[in-house]
Design a protein around this ligand. Structure first.
Ligand code: SF4
Ligand code: SF4
Length: 660
């Protein structure tokens, strides 16, 4: 073995040894974390990895930075082979890819290396430019991009020096960058060019080993973990909460929710490893844009640091040590942080590596709400209302169907009593039953159903709260109690199809109840009316002259991908037109009501509903429209707070009912 081979062997053993010693504790932390089943449906998981990881699907949502990352990603895949060959050359200096294969690879590699170099220069500029971009001033990012640039440049020089030494005249078009390097090195002569080439080769190989060892200790860990993170990501509806047997846990006096870093599931740990710190999650987060102390990126970092700080205790497996680990909330993470989230899902929608924010926030809320009872008095009141009267308003449960007093609407119990098959169930929801303003939406829905000749029934006083607020605000026990009662009743009546006017009821009935044996065809009124118009069952003849600034509800849009149906319906109303808000559809900003926030005081930063309402006012529209009772309430208050009481706030079905 010659000296080069011996030195390279030492470097490789040291570099790989250090890499393994850095990776091992991180891997052991994954194994020590709490279990979570993310192994089912392998086909869908492979599809996700192909689409979101290898296909870089979300990157072009920010076109320039996105394509820069795509060049870096694919460039690295292409250059990986060249890197292996560089190490091989320490032991077999004359080894090259044979003939035409070698030339074609040289061309592809040169093109990608040029693209990677451009992307690295752009990335460095983004981090250093006077007005910071969403990635901020990350010195770690600058260092890594500089290393990447160094790798590309040294590779060009190695190729250029080889061409000078070989006095190459053929194959040059296959190595455009190498050819340029050759022209630059040629004046030095073959011997000097060779020395420059050898030095560059050593720098390249050492830089690779440094880069490799740098990966696990910072944000570039995502280079290793992002693909598995995407593979194991949530295949259910966004914001899906892990089903736990809460009753059993409480019976066995076991904790529910996340108290310390040891309570994070292995998938949550993998999430913390995979953040690229790109800041995409912050762009449309209602809490970030209104100066609240919650950002997906920061929470991810805080969790990672909290995890690393107690890693020895977690890895020891000592039950006493685990029980005494510092609490996350009111420790590394403030209580205001976890309660600020509206569960709008924007962060998860934007994240290129599919990191899940909502389950871990709800996990921390669960511990606070169920184990410590440490919740705000307003939220406690809402929970109490749900426990006693089956609605968060806490109004008498027997008032639930007061709105229907003179409307002669059949109850599901009557239909069942007559031995008939259950017709379409109109699930009115708590807002539609108890809130005076929202009751008008309920009545408009009934008018539309009758105009279209649809047979339907309601549950009347038997209808219960779906438990959405309880679940998103951390009271999983209350949610499960309500869900089980509702499901038992729905299944008892043989209900198959449910119509809702509330996206929160829609999401809960359609997606959450499935895990508790509640399987129904659930349809939101936006889609339902859309279908009625399409089939000709509903005709809109009267003109409703209005311009509607349309706000997408998060639980309808981001959670269930319903964007076109409401717009199509409004455009079908004579005299009505839709005006888009500046941030719309999947990039709309939440109204501030979701995740139980509707029931809590908002004392930090700008009020989210006011922030969103500014966009409504800016459109000059005479009406703000939505298809969610909570959005409607928030925006009605928001435009009024801005002194624009003349702007009407209407639900889609109210506009449709006016056109009948
Ligand atoms: S959580 Fe996702 S979107 Fe946010 S900074 Fe990390 S990688 Fe980027
Ligand atoms: S779910 Fe919405 S409010 Fe919560 S952190 Fe994500 S973007 Fe922000």
């Amino acid at each position: 073995m010659d000296v080069t081979a011996i030195v390279m062997t030492v470097l490789l053993v040291a570099g790989m040894g250090m890499f393994i010693s850095l990776m091992l504790p991180r891997f052991r932390l994954l194994l020590a974390a709490s279990p979570e089943n993310r192994f089912g449906n392998l086909g869908a998981r492979v599809g996700r990895a192909l689409k979101f990881a290898f296909g870089q699907y979300r990157m072009p949502r920010d076109p320039v930075a996105g394509f820069a990352h795509i060049f870096l990603f694919f460039g690295f895949l292409v250059v990986a082979l060249a890197t292996v060959l560089h190490f091989v050359h320490a032991f077999a200096p004359t080894f090259h890819l044979p003939g035409q294969v070698g030339l074609v690879y040289a061309l592809i590699k040169d093109i990608f290396e040029l693209l990677v170099s451009l992307a690295a220069i752009y990335g460095i500029w983004r981090r250093l430019k006077p007005v910071p971009s969403r990635v901020g001033r990350s010195w770690e990012g600058v260092f890594v991009l500089f290393m990447i640039l160094l790798l590309m440049i040294t590779d060009f020089i190695v190729t250029g020096s080889e061409l000078v030494v070989a006095n190459a005249t053929t194959g040059l078009p296959y190595m455009p960058a190498g050819h340029v390097a050759m022209l630059a090195l040629a004046p030095l002569g073959a011997d000097a060019a060779h020395i420059v080439g050898v030095v560059s080769w050593w720098i390249h190989c050492i830089a690779i080993l440094v880069f490799l060892n740098f990966l696990p200790i910072g944000k570039h860990f995502h280079v290793i973990t992002a693909i598995p993170n995407v593979f194991f990501s949530n295949l259910k509806s966004p914001g899906a909460i892990v089903k736990q047997d809460v009753e059993k846990l409480i019976e066995e006096e076991k904790p529910v929710g996340i108290r310390s870093a040891a309570d994070l599931s292995w998938n949550m740990v993998l999430n913390t490893y995979s953040c690229t710190e790109c800041g995409r999650c912050n762009m449309f987060c209602p809490t970030v844009v209104t100066d609240k102390p919650l950002s997906h990126r920061q929470l991810n970092l805080d969790l990672k640091h909290a995890l690393y700080e107690v890693k020895d205790d977690i890895l020891s497996g000592d039950a006493e040590k685990l029980a005494n680990l510092p609490a996350l909330v009111d420790g590394k993470i403030s209580a205001d942080t976890i309660w600020a989230c509206t569960t709008c899902g924007s962060c998860e929608q934007e994240c290129p590596v599919l990191i899940e924010q909502i389950p871990r926030i709800i996990g921390m809320r669960q511990y606070k709400a169920m184990m410590e009872g440490d919740i705000s008095p307003e939220l406690a009141r809402a929970f109490e209302g749900m426990e006693r009267n089956n609605n968060p308003w806490g109004l008498g449960f027997d008032q639930r169907d007061a709105w229907a007093k003179d409307l002669d609407i059949p109850r599901m119990a009557d239909v069942a009593g007559e031995g008939k098959e259950a017709p379409l169930l109109y699930w009115v929801g708590c807002a539609g039953s108890f809130d005076d303003r929202i009751k008008k939406i309920t009545i408009a829905m009934v008018e539309v159903l009758r105009a279209a000749g649809i047979e339907f029934a309601i549950l009347g006083q038997e209808e219960g709260c779906t438990g959405d607020t309880a679940r998103r605000a951390g009271n999983e026990y209350l949610f499960q109690t309500m869900a089980k009662t509702n499901i038992e009743m729905l299944n008892g009546y043989g209900v198959k199809k449910i119509l809702t006017t509330c996206p929160h009821c829609f999401q809960t009935l359609k997606n959450d109840y499935r895990e508790f044996d509640g399987n129904y065809e659930v349809i939101h009124h936006t889609q339902f009316i859309h279908d009625l118009l399409k089939s000709g069952k509903l005709k809109l003849n009267k003109e409703v002259k209005t311009q509607v600034a349309w706000h997408d509800s998060c639980y309808l849009g981001r959670y269930n991908d319903i964007y076109d149906a409401p717009r199509d319906v409004l455009n079908a109303v004579p005299g009505t037109s839709v005006i888009e808000l500046e941030r719309n559809k999947s990039r709309g900003v939440c109204c501030g009501a979701g995740g139980g926030r509707f029931w809590m005081e908002e004392t930090i930063g700008e009020r989210i509903n006011v922030h969103r309402s500014k966009e409504v006012v800016a459109t000059g529209a005479d009406c703000v429209g939505s298809a969610c009772p909570f959005c409607l309430t928030m925006l009605k208050d928001g435009v009024a707070d801005l002194g624009n009481e003349e702007i009407k706030a209407l639900d889609l079905v109210e506009i449709v009912a006016k056109a009948l």
